[in-house]
Write a protein that binds this ligand. Structure first.
Ligand code: AMP
Length: 397
């Protein structure tokens, strides 16, 4: 069976077609600037040159129409007819407490996801638009929703309840949800395969370090804790997000700076993180170049980012009474050799010893700890699309 994976953002859309008999990626692409001037689709059939088309796309339905055209195109397409696509897997950011696993989409699922819009106002609406567009254009094809929050639903209450009046959890569903769940789950399962140990016998700490970043504690394949919270703002320092701060700072800045409603949120989400500290960039490549040129705030941003990851690793070792492997994934985790070095530096007493030679690798599955390191350190490129395709196939085959 071939599966189409759709990851829909507010003005962009990523897609992949995978043949699930052997989990082979056949084509992938990106639509950008949906609803704006200069809408463009970039489509890439595996082992072929990229194909690009600039054409007006007013809506997500227009965008998906172009995706389907590209997939059936006689030159760069991968199916002769849309009926060859057996199912569509959709990435959906927030499922609240409703779903702890992926689910075949029906009307009741759509209603539940509508109810989650207020929990993820930026993410769920475009996800729902993508589903609606596919349902309209492919009315007989089953659709599956795969949630960023689902994997974290196994956390115990002591990890997800905030120490604020309990009624806010009951009335407003305010709790830790966690995000990047598909990625944390994927790399945890890959780690068990690479180490050739049953995941039920492992304690893992997965570090998804990208522009958004989160860490999870995974014991026996079950998520025990994760650093992102009610929204993806909590936890680590990120590209432009503050991560954990004293909540009193929000009211204080509002008063001092005379901020309007919503502005503080905007600052903490878009102007903070390593960008806010350094004043240089949210991209670690820029930060490291600036640090090399002697920019002290860029250096400080790098140190603060690493410090926070180390704090969470320490906390999760405590929570799980140990760790067997630490996994690095996503843009920074997969590619930033220097950052992995700073994070793992001087952790020998915890049995964590990075091999500085093996660490000189980017974007390739590798064990990068020293042979005498009690805790294995792994680099595992994440593959959320494959995970979505696997769940879609499992539910629809
Ligand atoms: P992601 O959100 O997972 O796509 O990660 C994107 C981030 O990864 C970028 O903003 C960069 O900060 C970082 N990144 C990508 N490649 C490199 C690299 N070669 N060295 C350092 N950081 C990188």
């Amino acid at each position: 069976m071939k599966v189409l994976v759709i990851n829909c953002g507010s003005s962009s859309l990523k897609y992949q077609v995978l043949d699930m008999r052997n989990e082979v990626l056949e084509a992938k692409g990106l639509v950008e600037r949906i609803g704006m001037e200069g809408s463009v689709i970039t489509h890439e059939k595996t082992d072929m040159e990229k194909f690009q088309l600039i054409t007006p796309m007013e809506s997500h339905k227009d965008a998906i129409g172009h995706v389907l055209d590209a997939i059936v195109d006689p030159n760069h397409g991968v199916v002769s007819d849309m009926s060859e696509i057996g199912a569509v897997g959709h990435r959906v950011v927030h499922a609240g407490e409703k779903y702890a696993d992926s689910v075949i989409i029906d009307d009741s699922v759509l209603t539940a996801l509508e109810e989650c819009v207020e929990l993820a106002p930026l993410h769920n609406p475009p996800n729902l638009l993508g589903i609606a567009a596919c349902q309209e254009l492919m009315p007989n094809t089953p659709m599956v929703a795969v949630f960023d929050t689902a994997f974290h639903q196994t956390m115990p209450p002591e990890s997800y309840i905030y120490a604020i009046p309990y009624e806010y959890y009951e009335k407003h569903k305010i709790r830790r949800y966690g995000f990047h769940g598909t990625s944390h789950k994927y790399v945890a399962e890959r780690a068990a395969d690479m180490l050739n140990v049953d995941i039920k016998d492992l304690k893992l700490i997965t570090c998804h370090l990208g522009n958004g970043a989160s860490v999870s504690a995974i014991k026996r394949g079950i998520c025990m804790d994760t650093s992102m919270g009610f929204t993806p703002l909590e936890g680590l320092v990120m590209g432009t997000r503050s991560g954990d701060i004293d909540p009193a700072i929000v009211t204080y800045i509002r008063e001092k700076e005379g901020l309007e409603q919503g502005e503080a949120n905007e600052i903490l989400n878009k102007k903070s993180g390593v960008l806010g500290i350094s004043g240089v960039s949210s991209d670690f490549r820029d930060l490291e170049a600036a640090a090399e040129d002697g920019n002290e705030r860029a250096m400080l941003a790098i140190k603060i980012f690493a410090h926070k990851v180390r704090s969470y690793i320490g906390a999760y070792i405590g929570e799980m009474n140990g760790v067997d492997a630490i996994i690095f994934t996503a843009g920074v985790g997969e590619n930033d050799i220097a950052m992995r070095d700073i994070i793992c530096n001087d952790m020998g007493n915890l049995g964590i010893k990075l091999d500085l030679v093996k660490n000189k690798v980017r974007g390739k599955e590798s064990i990068i700890s020293r042979d005498d390191s009690k805790v294995k350190i792994l680099l595992i490129p994440t593959n959320e699309e494959l995970m979505i395709a696997r769940d879609t196939y499992r539910l629809c085959k």
